[in-house]
Design a protein around this ligand. Sequence first.
Ligand SMILES: [Zn+2]
Length: 272
Amino acid sequence: MKVTYSAHVPDVILGDVNVLKDAPMDMIRAGYGDILGKFSCLNDWKLAVVVNDEYFCQEVYDQTYDMLMQTKDLGARLLARDPDAIETLMNALVGVGVAMAYAGNSRPASGSEHHLSHYFEVVGLVRDEPYFLHGIDVAYSAVVTEQLREKLLEKTLSFAENKFDEEAWSKEIRRVYGSAAEGVIALQKKLGWHAEDRVADYKAKWDAICNVLREVPSSKELIAYLASVELPMDRFYAQYSSQKLEDAIHYAMDLMDRYSVLWLYNTLEEKA
Ligand SMILES: [Zn+2]
């Protein structure tokens, strides 16, 4: 089970561009991919403000978004190991860490795309199945979560009341998480979100929710960013079966006590 521990920030981070530029290319792709994932997590942060009235800091949001803007078009230069591009990427990766320290939580850096990547990592470890370097999983997962936003925006949703079946859910969690399942079940029982009926709230806020969801670049655009560092979607679908992807979409949110588009999607999807 993935457990997050609080720690103090480092005093010093050393990043020698002359060393970093010669890193294995998949590590450079992973660094870029983790930054690209900020499109998704920053949007989840705004969604959590609309839905849950969560703490939000515009300055931290803007700083993180600026770093994303400086990094997103560097794909070709990163592939060429251009030192200035590598430096910008490293500064963004460290800068996002600073943003988390300012915010006091990982909202500026981690949302639904990280929940999916953690799912692939945890389930991969439990079942001894392969998974990508973290940032590569994050980049691919950001495409998946954007596809969910697009589905939510496309559909005319009919809202029904919450019919959460704890027994059926626990059975599914044990199926997908295996030896990590009890930790997941304990976390969600403590949190109690599954039993809550958010539908009336979603209905009341639907326009505001849709306005937030629309802010992310389309999945097509995100796929083009991935292609700029030679991360084709084929590589993702070759590694993860459609069953695994479907399970991730349904059960990755249970790994964390954090609201994201996955909660919105999974509440509405079955009832639409
Ligand atoms: Zn990450």
